[in-house]
Design a protein around this ligand. Structure first.
Ligand code: ADP
Ligand code: MG
Ligand code: MG
Length: 208
């Protein structure tokens, strides 16, 4: 069930995963950016962990805490982008004590739309949007096929991972990597990769 307990477990798992893959994210960002993505995101998630003590009644409350903390701690491009994503997710989740499949798809779409509103990137610009967009599409399709929230999340996470891989041949048109022009081709986008990690944790904690 995608309730507040799941949301807390997800944040904990995401923090552990970002910490575990910190060097990998740093390395991806070093090649086509300034090398701080892993460090910044890890600092943000560790800060969220420190604030998880309080009791939560809804997943939306957890998304909101995540949003506010990432926004204030992470900085760079990714801080405000993830912050906006999870703030929109919190609003979309509303007062629901647990998300059904439909609500989950709406939450994912709201997160993606927040990133697009904030960063103005389109699919194919080699950004985190290229992980979020296939995730949203896969979630919508899974909902149409009548799948459970856990299955919808699993489909979304798999699509995000594929989307992150698929950023490799793209030329960056937004963010720092765009300064490299054609030299950004052949490397995976760090923000798309961190999105895949975070959504993978959302799915694995939902199945537990
Ligand atoms: P910075 O580039 O400021 O150092 P980070 O390294 O934390 O920020 O994050 C870089 C990531 O942010 C990129 O890999 C990309 O996924 C994402 N990003 C950058 N600009 C945009 C944008 N305009 N829209 C969506 N995502 C973006
Ligand atoms: Mg960076
Ligand atoms: Mg930076």
């Amino acid at each position: 069930m995608l309730d507040s307990e799941w949301a807390v477990a997800w944040v904990k798992a995401a923090a552990a995963s970002v910490a575990e893959h910190k060097m990998e994210l740093i390395e991806l960002d070093r090649v086509i950016g300034d090398g701080d993505h892993g460090e910044n995101l890890d600092r943000g998630f560790q800060a969220v962990l420190a604030k998880l003590e309080t009791n939560f009644e809804t997943p939306g409350e957890v998304f909101k805490l995540l949003a506010m903390t990432l926004m204030s701690v992470v900085g760079g491009a990714a801080g405000p982008l993830y912050g906006t994503a999870f703030l929109r997710a919190a609003t979309a989740a509303g007062e629901a004590s647990a998300l059904n499949s439909d609500q989950l798809a709406t939450v994912l779409a709201a997160a993606r739309d927040g990133i697009v509103a904030r960063g103005k990137a389109e699919p194919g610009d080699k950004t985190m949007v290229d992980a979020w967009t296939p995730a949203v599409e896969a979630a919508d399709e899974a909902v149409e096929n009548g799948l459970s929230p856990e299955e919808v999340l699993t489909a979304a996470a798999a699509a995000a991972e594929q989307g992150a891989t698929d950023t490799e041949p793209l030329q960056a048109r937004k963010g720092r990597a765009s300064y490299l022009g054609e030299r950004s081709i052949g490397h995976r986008d760090p923000g798309a990769q961190s999105t895949a990690l975070i959504l993978r944790c959302a799915a694995s904690t939902a199945r537990d």
